[in-house]
Design a protein around this ligand. Structure first.
Ligand code: AHG
Ligand code: MN
Ligand code: MN
Ligand code: MN
Length: 342
């Protein structure tokens, strides 16, 4: 019988590798503990999600978040689960979330650690009430050890400085997808045992694809390079691409990215002229950076259309970014179209 590797065993073996071994992909004990706590929190969120109406978790709350979005009850529940699970463990200095304006510093009654945790506690909120896959996205940075007390400034690091990133998708299966810098692994929740079990390692995104993910209703607002790319896809095999394309848009980034990590594809949430000052809809720190690192770790490309997402030096906690990520050859084509358009 093939041996089942639990998330705990996977992380302990990663940690063990870190004694003396150099380079990325091995993890210190405190990071292992942090990732185990995040996974446990995702299990609790998954439980709440599967209860749906029976758990009183559907529908909107009476509040608005810093993004100007009406919060869903599950946005708030998931946020609270992650805060409460992570604040006492001693591995974190502070947390930041889509659902909180400023940072959440670990209360003085608990020991402070060296890690910073950012998360989108419930991604795909518009899908909660219609029973479509949603998820949690997380990103881990190291706080500057010499720095003074932790502040928002500590979080403003480029995505290339992440030490761990992942998401948990609440779909027909609950699956945790994780990278610590040496590839991408997937863990499926065994509900009977209550543990995440390794179901895929060394995930690879195919370099080519015939499947694009974009919200087509925004087409008239896009910049010319994006419009050129999608127009060519729509012309199919009779057009310049010489092949037909399929379209998917789930409106949960976790579900669209999970499909791309599983079978390839290109995902785009580009700039559009309705709000010219806003580079895009998605948030850099807890959507584009963690998803961008996962895609890169699986051999894909993650760009704004003009620059690598993970190279962006953030200036604000909730800043937004244009996102083009997935199969290498397709993303590079979109980048080329941007360069040709200047
Ligand atoms: P969130 O629910 O965390 O606010 O994120 C939703 C995001 C992302 O998950 C998805 O790709 C995108 O919004 C969908 O946007 P549209 O509804 O405009 O298509
Ligand atoms: Mn989101
Ligand atoms: Mn969200
Ligand atoms: Mn939201």
């Amino acid at each position: 019988m093939t041996q089942r590797i639990s998330l705990t065993r996977y992380l302990i073996e990663k940690q063990r590798g870190s004694q003396g071994a150099s380079g990325q992909g091995t993890i210190p004990p405190q990071l292992r503990l942090l990732l185990e706590v995040v996974a446990r929190a995702c299990k609790s969120i998954s439980l709440a999600v599967t209860k749906g109406a029976l758990g009183g978790v559907l529908g909107a709350a009476e509040s608005e978040n810093v993004q100007g979005e009406i919060q869903k009850k599950l946005d708030i529940i998931a946020n609270e689960v992650l805060i409460e699970a992570n604040e006492w463990g001693g591995h974190l200095a502070a947390m930041a979330s889509e659902e909180m304006e400023g940072i959440y510093t670990v209360p003085n009654r608990y020991p402070q650690g060296e890690y910073l945790l950012m998360f989108d506690p419930l991604d795909g909120s518009s899908n909660i009430d219609v029973n479509v896959s949603i998820g949690t996205i997380f990103s881990v940075l190291l706080k500057d050890p010499e720095g003074p007390t932790v502040s928002e400034q500590d979080f403003l690091q480029a995505g290339s400085r992440q030490v761990a990133a992942g998401y948990c998708i609440y779909g027909p299966q609950t699956t945790l997808v994780l990278t610590v810098g040496d590839g991408v692994a997937m863990f499926t929740l065994d509900r009977e045992q209550g543990s995440f079990v390794l179901t895929q390692e060394n995930v690879r995104v195919p370099e080519d694809t015939q499947e694009f993910a974009v919200n087509m209703s925004n087409m008239r607002h896009w910049a010319p390079p994006v419009k050129r790319y999608i127009d060519e896809c729509l012309e199919g095999k009779e057009g310049p691409r010489g092949k037909d394309f399929n379209m998917r848009w789930i409106a949960s980034m976790v579900a669209d990215v999970h499909r791309i990590l599983t079978r390839g594809g290109i995902f785009m949430y580009p700039w559009d002229k309705r709000e010219p000052g806003k580079p895009g809809k998605l948030r850099l720190m807890y959507e584009a950076n963690p998803m961008g690192w996962l895609i890169e770790q699986a051999g894909g490309v993650a760009s704004t259309g003009t620059e690598r997402i993970l190279d962006i030096q953030p200036t604000q906690l909730h800043q937004r970014v244009s996102v083009v990520l997935g199969s290498k050859n397709e993303v590079e084509r979109v980048v080329r179209y941007h360069a040709e358009h200047t």
